[in-house]
Design a protein around this ligand. Structure first.
Ligand code: LMR
Length: 289
């Protein structure tokens, strides 16, 4: 892959990025992970046709164990780790398990792409720009069981902020097609492009990392996959589960006190159940390894 990296280096140079000082292209862990402040783990084993989910998990446990061990050995203990490669939540858990001296709060996985998808779907439906829609929530797994929740979402319509259900005026769509569209958007992009999402994923990574560094605004929350231990919503501990969070001084905290109705509860629990199963399978592989 080193020759492929040469192309990535050229593209980075061609972006003329204001913060970019130096590029080190390497296939050596001790070079790549040395003194890292931020790690974006993009590479994983994608699911191939006919592949069992179990086999996919096994292959990724090997990759994310090795990356976790490298983080443990070479990175700063303050490193912020964002896992993008799928299955992102469980890969993130494995990386964190393999890097025990790095605080668990420093690990997160990308659900900002789903968050942006949800904002955009609501915005298109209301005929407003995506920037007029805030506080959607993605709960759970970055998979088709995720729950895009708009019960706390606000839409700015002609200068006044309305609850999403009031702005959209179509509960059937919000409780049906909207949810499945967001859940299956990744697959729809793959079907159309014959390739996984690239531009929207890169933008979501930038949004996620910028918010970790610079914080979220006071009244807004964003979604990211984080350690579930101590969460105020009754989700089982020891999962990387997507929650609404706010970030200040490079630390995230759960958004607390949101009312959860029975419709939401069932969907939050269903995606948690999938993550528990993924975690248990992956941890069994990790222990055997
Ligand atoms: C996405 O949501 O676009 C991707 O995670 C899909 C994939 O499987 O690469």
């Amino acid at each position: 892959m080193l020759t492929v990296l040469e192309g990535v280096v050229m593209e980075l140079q061609d972006c003329a990025l204001p913060l970019l000082k130096e590029i080190v292209a390497t296939d050596k862990e001790e070079v790549a992970f040395k003194d890292l402040d931020a790690a974006i783990l993009v590479g994983s084993m994608p699911r191939k046709e006919g592949m069992e989910r179990k086999d996919l998990l096994k292959a990724n446990v090997a990759i994310f164990k090795s990356q976790g061990l490298a983080l443990e050995k070479y990175a700063k203990k303050t490193v912020k780790v964002l896992v993008v490669g799928n299955p992102a939540n469980t890969n993130c858990l494995i990386a964190s398990e393999s890097a025990p001296s790095i605080p668990k709060e420093n690990f997160s996985c990308l659900t900002r792409l789903d968050h942006n998808r949800a904002r955009s779907q609501v915005a298109m439906r209301c005929g407003v720009p995506a920037s007029n829609v805030r506080n959607v929530i993605i709960w759970g797994n970055h998979s088709s069981t995720q729950y895009p929740d708009v019960h706390h979402c606000l839409v700015n319509m002609s200068g006044s902020e309305l609850a999403c259900f009031e702005a959209v005026k179509d509960d059937t769509w919000l409780k049906g097609e909207f949810i499945t569209t967001v859940q299956q958007r990744g697959a729809a992009v793959i079907k159309a492009r014959k390739l996984s999402s690239a531009m929207s994923a890169a933008k979501a990574i930038c949004d996620h990392m910028r918010d970790i560094w610079s914080g979220t605004s006071q009244d807004d929350f964003i979604s990211m996959g984080v350690y579930s231990t101590g969460n105020p919503y009754g989700i089982p501990p020891n999962l990387i589960y997507s929650f609404p969070v706010q970030i200040k001084d490079k630390s995230w905290k759960f958004v607390d006190g949101l009312a959860i109705n029975s419709f939401s509860r069932a969907k939050m629990d269903a995606t948690a159940a999938e993550l528990v199963e993924e975690r248990d399978t992956a941890l069994a592989f990790l222990k055997k390894d």
